[in-house]
Design a protein around this ligand. Structure first.
Ligand code: DP6
Length: 331
């Protein structure tokens, strides 16, 4: 009744932004991501008849009530899926630089989906795991797979055709992602709330949806032909469009800070100097820079000169879900 699973975060190159069903987490558009090796979560789940409630220990400490409630309601879905009623003891270790703003629900829910179902003796295929991970956090469905993965939005109302599929394995193309840490503040508005407000109020949201299918086609061609310039251009344009929808929301909001824009500008300068670097930004101030291995050091050297840069974490394509014998020790 016990299992341990490890899942990595992913960075979306074509973003998921907006839901058509909040409860089942069904997206408005397909998205495409690269799973990253550097940031991951390992989770142990043990179901036990003797437990009176679910318990959740996060990085060695008892989780807050709101975190625990989220995990418990997710476990309810798993219990319903498996037809069991037992409570579980969950222990999770996050390998993400603390308070870096890189913490991701993607690795968390992908690891939880895998460990909890394995602990119940279920031997699920990746598609089913992706469907279950999606119901914890949308982006988690992509972390089931390594390398490049696409989340197909599906069309059914029950969500049975909304899951990620692998596009290219992690060993096939060594694209690098530099995660640039700029701020450790709490984000002003969660991605969940931000995308909801955008869908409901932004007149620019229809423009986002209109553009995304073409961008997806473009990025898939870039991946297939390993055309880095094409990949970077479309990823950057897609991120900018997503962020533009927020400015049209009511009330308007943005995740960018002045430091975010300074790094964006620096990336443009690097390109002017002939270095292939492109940025993408999620629901926070930090910037992720896409590059090829031969340019990584040059980009680091430039960025390290910027005062507002607090850390640079180099990532390579990472693996999908892995089952483990035990949790890693803390520290
Ligand atoms: C900007 O997957 O965190 O990172 O489904 O509500 O849990 P929920 O949202 P989440 O949103 C991720 C938004 C994004 C883009 C992306 O990862 O595709």
């Amino acid at each position: 009744m016990k299992a341990v699973a490890k899942a990595h975060t992913n960075i979306a190159l074509i973003k998921y932004w907006g839901k058509r069903n909040d409860e089942l987490i069904l997206p408005m558009n397909n998205s495409l991501s690269l799973t990253l090796d550097h940031f991951y979560t390992t989770t142990e789940v043990q179901f036990d008849e003797a437990l009176q409630t679910d318990t959740f220990i996060f990085n060695g400490e008892t989780a807050s009530d709101s975190e625990s409630a989220k995990i418990s309601s997710y476990l309810d879905r798993i219990r319903q899926f498996a037809g069991v009623q037992m409570y579980a003891a969950v222990r999770s270790v996050n390998h993400v630089p603390t308070s870096a703003g890189f913490a991701s629900s993607a690795s968390g829910f992908a690891a939880l989906a895998a460990a909890s179902t394995k602990a119940l003796g279920l031997d699920l295929d990746r598609k089913t795991l992706s469907i279950l991970a999606r119901q914890g956090s949308g982006s988690a469905c992509r972390s089931v797979f390594g390398g490049f993965a696409e989340w197909e939005k599906g069309s059914r109302t029950d969500g049975s055709d909304s899951y990620a599929v692998p596009i290219m394995s992690k060993t096939e193309w060594d694209v690098r992602v530099l995660s640039v840490l700029l701020e450790s503040n709490e984000k002003p508005i969660s991605s969940r709330k931000g995308m909801k407000r955008t869908v409901e109020t932004s007149p620019f949201y229809s423009g986002w949806l209109e553009a995304v299918d073409h961008e997806l086609k473009e990025i898939k061609t870039a991946i297939r032909t390993k055309d880095f310039e094409r990949l970077g251009k479309v990823a950057e344009a897609n991120a900018l469009k997503m962020h533009a929808t927020m400015l049209g929301s009511h009330p308007p909001f943005t995740y960018w800070q002045s430091s975010t824009m300074a790094v964006m500008e620096e990336v443009q300068h690097l390109r002017d100097k002939g270095i292939q670097a492109y940025y993408t930004i999620d629901a926070g101030p930090n910037v992720k820079i896409l590059c090829l291995p031969e340019d990584e050091q040059k980009i680091r050297d430039e960025l390290e000169n910027l005062e507002m840069v607090k850390g640079i974490y180099g990532c390579r394509p990472g693996p999908g879900i892995e089952y483990k014998e035990k949790l890693p020790s803390l520290g």
